[in-house]
Write a protein that binds this ligand. Structure first.
Ligand SMILES: Cc1cc2nc3c(=O)[nH]c(=O)nc-3n(C[C@H](O)[C@H](O)[C@H](O)COP(=O)(O)OP(=O)(O)OC[C@H]3O[C@@H](n4cnc5c(N)ncnc54)[C@H](O)[C@@H]3O)c2cc1C
Length: 393
């Protein structure tokens, strides 16, 4: 995005990337439909970034969701507002958008140097890359770093830059998994429901609650609703050594209605059958209920109807750890905003700008991640243009 803004201003631009092709994580995001941005009002949109730094706020206000939609549409990718007001390209994938975008960059004269891994700066401040086993040194009038976070490192963003920049005096908040899953010490009985989705559930942690989907994995729990709570859960797990998430397995029925169904005479039908047939709970939900009661030393069948109903409304799941960052959707932490001036230039490295997920912001899924990346890309490029016009200021 930064390259596009610079090239439109007649700056000669080369994009260096360590991978054999561009936009690999962007393409992966497209596998989930490519949630480009969100259509809620901008003031609400900005609240999604938690403790929003004014610099990020101004960048998003300057290149807001409507501008991102217009940009995608100008590349032939019409967008639509889907469920929960998220915005997607109609194609529901990233590849046509990326193809059209790269064609446009080519038409603007942007050059692309692939398999160039940036390793830092030489003594004169030039950029150093490794390419085909050799060192390549490049002198640039301005540099924009957009090296991503640390999730899915095999797609290119491996956060090696943290060491390089920290050594140059750039303040960096430690990278942490964001929009991530958590580990749970499941008993062996849970393995038979591994991979099963808990659909239309509500998850809560403290006073925060979200509806959505979660998936029981071999050693934990993940999925959209877990990601939505993941920043708070992560902080609690890291602070306290664990956290308890509560799952409402039937958010659309209250405890009294559930208890009435459970108390109805069921003849020879087992409790498991009642859960499945009368309450429409899938095997994975029943397994979670058994798991919770077994942990307390009381089999589910020994509970009263009221107790089972209460448990269905708030099944506790004890989280013991945070999923490794490599498997997370995004990264929290990164270059602190205090290390940037209002042009997105690093105070410690004049002429070097930064954008995207490598900056220290965090947001849930919903299009907020890509929106912040695009907006800071525009801001860093405009900052670089201002600096190129008057480098001393
Ligand atoms: C499974 C998944 C699904 C997602 N879905 C969505 C979604 O639907 N909506 C949304 O908003 N966000 C989504 N995201 C997040 C979104 O993809 C990222 O936030 C975004 O791609 C970050 O953009 P970036 O340009 O900052 O970094 P990246 O996209 O990570 O790009 C960084 C680039 O820098 C290159 N690089 C890194 N280090 C070096 C180096 N030393 N030398 C040379 N090149 C280097 C990498 O090869 C890479 O090409 C998803 C992420 C994942 C993992």
């Amino acid at each position: 995005m930064a390259a596009e803004v610079l090239a439109r201003a007649d700056v000669a631009v080369t994009i260096y990337d360590g991978m054999p092709s561009l936009g690999r994580k962007f393409l992966l995001a497209g596998r989930g439909g490519l949630n480009l941005t969100h259509s809620e009002p901008l003031d609400r949109f900005l609240t999604r970034y938690g403790d929003l730094d004014p610099l990020l706020g101004r960048a998003i206000e300057h290149f807001p969701p409507d501008s991102l939609r217009a940009w995608a549409e100008a590349l032939g990718q019409e967008t639509f507002v889907g469920s929960s007001r998220r915005v997607f390209p109609k194609a529901m994938k990233a590849s046509p958008l990326l193809r059209a975008w790269l064609r446009r960059l080519g038409d603007l004269g942007v050059r692309v140097a692939l398999r160039h891994r940036w390793t830092g700066f030489d003594d004169a401040g030039a950029l150093r890359f490794t390419h085909d086993g050799r060192d390549v040194v490049v002198k640039a009038d301005a540099t924009i770093l957009a090296l991503g976070g640390a999730s899915w490192p095999r797609l290119g963003s491996d956060a090696v830059w943290t060491g390089v920049l920290a050594a140059r005096g750039v303040a960096i908040a430690g990278l942490q998994a964001s929009n991530c899953g958590f580990t749970v010490a499941w008993s062996d009985a849970m393995h038979r429901v591994e991979g099963a989705p808990l659909k239309r559930v509500a998850l809560s942690f403290g006073e925060h609650s979200v509806r959505g989907e979660a998936i029981v994995t071999r050693d934990g729990i993940e999925g959209g609703a877990v990601y939505a709570l993941s920043a708070r859960l992560r902080d609690a797990v890291l602070r306290d050594g664990g956290a308890t998430l509560h799952v409402d397995l039937r958010p659309d029925m209250d405890a009294a209605a559930l208890a009435a169904k459970l108390a109805a005479p069921r003849g020879k039908q087992s409790l498991s059958n009642t859960l499945r047939k009368a309450l429409k709970l899938p095997p994975v939900a029943a397994a979670l209920l058994h798991e919770a009661t077994t942990a307390r030393g009381r089999p589910l069948a020994s509970l009263s109807a009221d107790e089972v109903a209460a448990l269905i409304k708030a099944t506790p799941v004890r989280l013991t750890g945070v999923q490794p960052i490599a498997g997370a959707i995004s990264t929290a932490g990164g270059i602190r905003f205090a290390a940037l001036d209002d042009r997105f230039m690093l105070n410690a490295l004049p002429g070097v700008f930064a954008a995207g997920e490598m900056l220290d912001w965090e947001a849930p899924t919903g299009g907020y991640l890509l929106q912040a990346c695009f907006a800071t890309g525009v801001a860093a490029a405009e900052g670089a243009l201002a600096w190129l016009a008057a480098p001393a200021e």
